[in-house]
Design a protein around this ligand. Structure first.
Ligand SMILES: [Zn+2]
Length: 174
């Protein structure tokens, strides 16, 4: 799918719109083929949501999924959210250009890393299935932040249940 042909936003019934100013245009004609999974790595969900929407932070993601399963949308998927930073995977770089960034609320290794609750993962799976129905997502490009920025990032970490995604053919792990 060529960007621009689809001006629709992904709205799901359990989604809360909490806009972030931290985005820009994707490169013209760039298809969305990748999903990048993150954890928020902050003490609380409130802190994380505030940071993702703070113009001074210069970071964002398209979605944040709360541990209770609620999905927040910060940036419309047709725009380029700022979640990946310097990134590289095989012959691909600049993942922000062609990916959708999904944050999972979790304090992360620095603030008390813990299991991702099942309800949170269920919401993630539903969101990913919906995104597959809209965009030409490649299962081999459904990756963690640590895959594309291994020197800087550890999220989503060893507790993230990749197996759940693999079972549903939503991801292929390297
Ligand atoms: Zn990240």
């Amino acid at each position: 799918m060529i960007l621009g042909e689809d001006s629709s936003n992904v709205i799901l019934f359990f989604m809360i719109y909490m806009p972030s100013p931290n985005y820009n245009d994707r490169p013209a004609g760039m298809a969305i083929t990748s999903l990048i999974i993150h954890y928020t790595g902050m003490k609380s969900a409130e802190d994380a949501l505030q940071r993702l929407c703070d113009p001074h932070s210069q970071v964002s993601a398209h979605y944040t999924i709360h541990e209770e399963g609620t999905v927040y949308q910060h940036v419309e998927t047709r725009y380029r959210a700022w979640h990946a930073g310097l990134s590289k995977w095989k012959d691909l770089e600049n993942f922000n250009d062609f990916s959708i960034g999904i944050e999972l609320v979790n304090p992360g290794y620095e603030h008390g890393y813990r299991d991702f609750p099942n309800v949170q993962i269920e919401s993630l799976l539903k969101l990913i299935r919906d995104l597959y129905s809209i965009y030409p997502i490649r299962p081999d490009l459904v990756l963690g932040h640590s895959d594309i920025a291994p020197d800087r990032k550890r999220d989503p970490g060893h507790l993230f249940p990749w197996q759940r995604l693999i079972q549903e053919n939503l991801a292929i792990r390297p």
